[in-house]
Design a protein around this ligand. Sequence first.
Ligand SMILES: Nc1ncnc2c1ncn2[C@@H]1O[C@H](COP(=O)(O)OP(=O)(O)OP(=O)(O)O)[C@@H](O)[C@H]1O
Ligand SMILES: [Mg+2]
Length: 435
Amino acid sequence: MVGVAGPTARSVIVRFATGTLMAIVVAVVGGYFVLRSVAIDEAKQQTRVRVKEEAKLVGATVTDALLRGSGKAQEAVDNAVVGRVLTNSIVRVKIWSSAGRVLYSDEHAEIGGHYALDRGQLHLLRHGGAEVEVSDLSRPENRLDRQQGRLLEAYTRIRTPSGTPLLFEIYQRFGSVTDQARSLLGKLAPPILGAIGLILLVQVPLFWSLMRRLQLGYEQREGLLANAVTSSRRERRRVAAYLHDGPVQDLAGLAFSLAPVADDAETRGADREAAVVRTVIDRLRGTVRDLRALLVDLHPPTLATAGLEAALGDLVSPFPARGTKVELRVDGGDLLGLDTQALVYRVAQEAVRNVLAYAEASNVSVEVGVADSTAHLLVADDGRGFGPETRERRRAEGHLGLSLVEELAQQAGGSLTIDSREGAGTRVRLEVPIR
Ligand SMILES: Nc1ncnc2c1ncn2[C@@H]1O[C@H](COP(=O)(O)OP(=O)(O)OP(=O)(O)O)[C@@H](O)[C@H]1O
Ligand SMILES: [Mg+2]
């Protein structure tokens, strides 16, 4: 198969499920807060009604003596508060004078305390009504209420028998509010989650079939591509085999058989004839060399069938046509394993390509040898050579030929040495342990 891995049904479904799960979590958490705020509003409304009722009840026991701090007056209020107002949910009752003095509290230690009333409270004293808020336990007047946790604080106005307005305050536990939100959520969650689940159930098969189709399409495309690649490779191999066995052999044979004709013409003194035949022979050989180079491009020789020496022979075949003398020596090539042969060939290929492309050399030699269970390859030319900065520059431009084979050599546990200077030729040497 060619290319990157395709999407799998599993990965897409996992992503889909994670997304859905996250959406559910967000909906539940968001829902809780919405319901909680609804419950708080509801509780505030109830508390507003309640504070008025309790105020009526307690207000009936308030006398003007309470303003002066009379113990008796406080006791009368206390009886009503403790006996009839304080419950599990109403945890504190206070009565304030308009000057901010605590005239009564069921927590007796708070009586006599003095705190500035805020604007809302002063407004209440003047105009009546009822006010509810979530109490701020950090305020000093709530010092003794802190152990109760969060509270709802409700105020209303009462009057002494002589008509002095006082502030009546109750504190209600907040816990009952959150309980209410929770129970609301508990009631609403099952139908909501059920609906989401149902939607999911309907979607999953649809989703699955879409996924299958997508995947099939992907696999088909991949298959076609792979097919195209192998068939083009097969085609090239076929053309290469045809060229190699047919035209190349024929032309080489032709050149070979024309040589005696040229000799014969020469001995007969037919110099023009001899010259023409020799030119034909040269052209034929040139064409054979070109074709062999083309064969290497079309279908790099399989080392397994042709052998290292033949493969390297093909590799260097373009040199003579360019006026470069080639020396190829392969000793002990058959001692090398296929992997090592492939590496030697690959390195030689890169080095030879470079010589052809850049060196303008008069002589080039390719040597392969084996010694001390190490194989070595040397590709040497007497061309123009190059400095390290040239290679760096080419590498920065994305030309990695030598670097890639260097890496291959290292991966095989060997090493590649490139020895070159401007004007002093180039030597590329590979050493690799035989496996
Ligand atoms: N035998 C050589 N004679 C002269 N210069 C060479 C020779 N071999 C390599 N060079 C110089 O070294 C540079 C780097 O060579 P390398 O093979 O790494 O990359 P490349 O041939 O430029 O690009 P690529 O191999 O990726 O097609 C070449 O561009 C060339 O300038
Ligand atoms: Mg190169």
